[in-house]
Design a binder for this molecule. Structure first.
Ligand code: GLP
Length: 284
């Protein structure tokens, strides 16, 4: 797992947005693989990344016409046109501003009559397009990934999940601070669904995430901080801002900054594509 530390949430957005754009632009559609498959999150952390991607599309430097997306999660029982549904979030902040074909976007249906079937179908659809190329995610204050709350199985798949009280509290800000209005359940991809992606990138910003980031980075793989599962992923990257590093040891921060310095030197010498190739072949 790599950790890249940028100065601010805006810099995180620029870095991750530019990286995703590069990967999408490098993708060459073929008969066997016509679409680049991107996993996406909601939340405030990825907003600067979405803004950057929108900017690049509007400038003509990026197109989503060969991209298919799968979102991580959705509340159960919230109508999709509710202002706080993840359907509304994605449409308002991203899909309505880019050139993606609406039928290439997928979000779990939290109002499906048969929720178990909805989850199984989601896994099937991901497989049918050849799996996810890059899954971008955020992280909850308790270290959760998507809605894989503390204690979630690290081999979990897309399923119905009861939300942790901490998550209900954290998300109440979107529901006029009315705790009773926050849904108690969600549909979410599992940790194993995320781990199946060829590459995973998490955006982690703000002091509120500092404890979770330290637990995930410094304390090994632990099912109580589910994002820590990414230590065993062959190609995972966490991009955080300075505020999110506040609970990390100085030595840890310096270590990852030094790695990045060497990485930059290597990329300058051999080029990013060559470095990525070594990662695909398992050297990471
Ligand atoms: N299910 C979402 C997560 O996918 C997201 O990462 C988290 C953090 O959101 P924010 O980025 O707003 O802190 O919120 C929710 O719980």
């Amino acid at each position: 797992m790599r950790l890249s530390i940028r100065d601010s949430p805006e810099q995180v957005g620029l870095y991750v947005g530019d990286y995703l754009a590069k990967r999408i632009n490098e993708f060459k559609p073929s008969a066997e693989k016509p679409l680049f498959v991107l996993g996406l999150p909601t939340g405030s952390s990825p907003l600067p990344t979405y803004q950057r991607l929108v900017e690049l599309v509007q400038r003509g430097d990026l197109s989503f016409k060969n991209v298919v997306t799968f979102n991580m999660d959705e509340y159960v029982g919230l109508p999709r046109d509710h202002p706080e549904s993840y359907h509304t979030f994605m449409y308002t902040n991203f899909f309505s501003k880019i050139d993606i074909q609406p039928n290439n976007t997928h979000i779990l249906d939290g109002e499906a009559e048969d929720l178990l079937h909805e989850c199984a179908e989601y896994e099937r659809k991901i497989k049918s397009v050849g799996g996810i190329d890059i899954f971008m995610g955020g992280m909850g204050e308790d270290g959760h990934l998507a809605f894989n709350e503390p204690g979630s199985s690290l081999v979990s798949r897309t399923r119905i999940k009861t939300l942790a009280y901490d998550t209900i509290l954290a998300n109440a800000r979107f529901f006029n601070n009315d705790l009773s209005a926050v849904p108690r359940m969600a549909l979410t991809v599992g940790i194993a669904t995320l781990m199946d992606a060829r590459e995973v990138i998490l955006v982690v910003t703000g002091q509120k995430k500092a404890m979770a980031l330290a637990q995930c980075i410094e304390n090994g793989i632990n099912h109580f901080w589910t994002a820590s599962a990414l230590h065993s992923h062959p190609w995972s990257l966490l991009v955080c801002d300075e505020d999110a590093t506040l609970e990390l040891r100085v030595k840890t921060v310096r270590y990852f900054k030094s790695i990045e310095k060497v990485q930059d030197e290597v990329e300058a010498k051999y080029g990013g594509a060559a470095v990525r190739k070594t990662r695909v072949n398992g050297v990471h």
